[in-house]
Design a protein around this ligand. Structure first.
Ligand SMILES: [Zn+2]
Length: 618
């Protein structure tokens, strides 16, 4: 594996504009020294995702993800580190030497395997008289659409893909890892085994390539063409590239339409997605063998505000709608619902009614919550009990609507539909909310700190901040004293790492953080995106103030311990006093037994210190 030299990595990092890179994936607003946006890695409605152009780094206060431009790209697009370096290098014109061996990273080989398979599948459909073509024709899909949607066919033989991969120097193991091949059981009794121990997973099926937002093939969907072929749909299994819970069929073609139409249309199958495209609805994407997941919702939330769902008019379809709402509403998405005639799906509807009718159904789709209100009240709302049932059913969903204005509007509609008043509906929603709140399935809010703990944390953060910005300050305090002064934890670890570092120049954030534990790295990254400037005299002042505070804090703790020991020692106090003698010798004289051991949060003004020291860092 060709290692990329460090100086090349640094060169790329120096040239990359992290604000520009991140800005391609989310909207950023300038805020002080930083840029601020909605985090792409966790669901949130108020921005806590910071990009700091000076430090070339990002940090999210919500989910605590942070790092360099490379880290961002790796997370965002599922790349390995060398892939991220190469991608950015290509963009900013830094030439990166190719590794000399043919061994590419596994991930790259998996993508490559998928491309080779796709070429095979496509050509499988061009051989005259193949059954795949006949099947597609019968479903109303012509050659032009086959080309447009890149539909393929896997002949019902054993080794088409295995052979093609081998010809390109890709091992069957990679093919298996990509989900293209299945290893044959050796005890199959197949005496004339022709060297290949692998067969095509999707053989005898029509195939649909599933791509990620960048257009790379991550997996395939396969539809059986014979009545007796089971199962009807077979997808690539979970692989390092294909994650069902995240994948959406229709990317990346649907992206421009999503932006243009301001919505995404979600369907459940490949043919349904194609039907919508044929009806002129380009923003359609399909889940790949799973119901909508929170991962999908998070992805959609970054690209659009409105989601249109298509469901059967039957009970199962309506229950599926409620389920989808519980996934989508907590992400602040507005949801519309198309109800298709019973036993119809978009594909059959298109065939019978034509493209304009399908397009119109989507364009005029009512708000999904109104649909739910209608359905709940349709079961009757004459008796008090019926009213309670109807309100409770809908309130579960209304409790998920984050926007108060929007929620209020639905509440009055529900109240009116059921024949009750707004306060009663609100009371039910409140009850729903104080129970298990499904919206808090998102990152946990940190435990609230007591005011003393909060002050400790604030002071420690200030201390570390002065050190991160001006690492030379660390030399003012010997290593051992520093580590004794600091409580166990992140700050102590960071200080030790600073002491251990050679040189006192500016800190290189990524390599520095790599050597730290997760909490300590988090602390440093958080501090690195701090918004206000810190000049050197002030950093120096903060550092000194904080050391003074730490010393005082230590004295108080020792004093408290000492009193505790006295109390417990009873009459046998001699050894305790001897300890005290030791303490007194190396600590200042305010160790009187009546000293109140309470811990004042911030440092007190120092009457004898320089005049500028009264301003407390916060
Ligand atoms: Zn986040």
């Amino acid at each position: 594996m060709g290692r990329i030299p460090d100086e090349i990595i640094q060169q790329v990092l120096d040239r990359v504009d992290i604000v520009d890179l991140v800005g391609r994936h989310l909207t950023l607003k300038k805020s002080g020294r930083n840029y601020l946006g909605l985090c792409p890695f966790h669901g949130e409605k108020t921005p806590s995702f910071n990009v700091n152009p000076e430090r070339n780094s990002f940090y999210c206060f919500g989910c605590q993800k942070g790092g360099s431009a490379f880290t961002f790209l790796m997370e965002m697009e599922n790349l390995t580190f060398p892939e991220a370096v190469r991608t950015l290098g290509r963009e900013c014109g830094v030439e990166i030497p190719e590794g000399d061996g043919p061994r590419r990273s596994d991930t790259e080989q998996l993508y490559r395997a998928n491309e080779i398979a796709q070429a095979q599948y496509r050509s499988g459909l061009t051989t005259p008289g193949n059954p795949g073509l006949a099947y597609l024709a019968q479903r109303g899909i012509d050659e032009e659409q086959i080309a447009q949607f890149e539909i393929g066919f896997v002949p019902d033989r054993w080794d088409t893909v295995a052979n093609a991969l081998r010809a390109e120097g890709i091992s069957p193991e990679i093919g298996t890892q990509a989900g293209l091949l299945i290893e044959r059981q050796s005890s199959a009794g197949n005496s004339n085994d022709r060297s290949s121990g692998h067969y095509d997973r999707l053989r005898g099926r029509v195939t649909f390539p599933i791509r990620d937002v960048r257009g790379r093939i991550i997996g395939f969907g396969g539809r059986a063409i014979g009545e007796d072929q089971q199962p009807k749909y077979l997808n690539t299994p979970e692989t390092p590239l294909f994650r069902k819970r995240e994948a959406l069929y229709g990317y990346p073609n649907a992206l421009p339409a999503m932006r243009g139409e301001g919505r995404a249309v979600i369907v459940e199958g490949y043919f349904d997605q194609i039907a919508l495209c044929r009806a002129g609805v380009g923003s359609a994407v399909a889940t790949c063998g799973t119901a909508l997941t929170p991962e999908h919702a998070r992805d959609l939330q970054r690209r659009t505000r409105e989601v249109v769902l298509l469901f059967d008019g039957d009970n199962a379809g309506q229950n599926a709608l409620v389920k989808a709402l519980t996934i989508l509403l907590p992400h602040g998405l507005r949801v519309r619902a198309v109800t298709l005639p019973e036993n119809d799906d978009p594909d059959t509807f298109l065939t019978r009614e034509g493209p304009a009718a399908l397009e119109n159904l989507v364009a005029t789709a009512p708000e999904a919550l109104n649909r739910v209100i209608e359905r709940a009240t349709a079961r009757g709302h004459n008796t008090a009990w019926e009213k309670v049932d109807a309100v409770t059913e809908v309130a579960e969903l209304l409790a998920l609507v984050g926007n108060a204005v929007e929620r209020g509007d639905y509440v009055s509609r529900l109240a009116m539909a059921v024949g009750t008043d707004v306060p009663s509906v609100n009371a039910v929603i409140r009850a729903q909310r104080t129970g298990e709140d499904p919206r808090e399935a998102m990152p946990a809010v940190p435990r609230k700190l007591s005011s003393a703990e909060a002050a400790d944390e604030r002071n420690l953060t200030n201390l570390i901040r002065s050190l991160i910005e001006y690492p030379g300050l660390i030399d003012r305090i010997p290593r051992d004293e520093m580590s004794a002064l600091l409580p166990d934890g992140a700050a102590q670890e960071v200080a030790a790492a600073l002491h251990a570092r050679s040189g006192t120049g500016a800190i290189d954030l990524d390599p520095f953080c790599d050597r730290l534990s997760a909490p300590a790295a988090t602390m440093v990254r958080k501090i690195a995106v701090a918004n206000d400037e810190l000049d050197e005299p002030r950093a120096s002042q903060i550092f000194d103030d904080m050391i003074r505070w730490l010393r005082k804090r230590q004295r108080r703790q020792k004093s408290a311990e000492f009193q505790d020991q006295l109390r417990r020692a009873g009459h046998d106090w001699r050894p305790v006093l001897e300890t005290r003698g030791n303490l007194s010798s190396d600590l200042s004289p305010d160790l009187s037994p009546d000293l109140s051991p309470d811990l004042k949060p911030d440092i007190e003004p120092q009457p004898n210190a320089s005049s500028s020291s009264t301003e407390h860092p916060t």
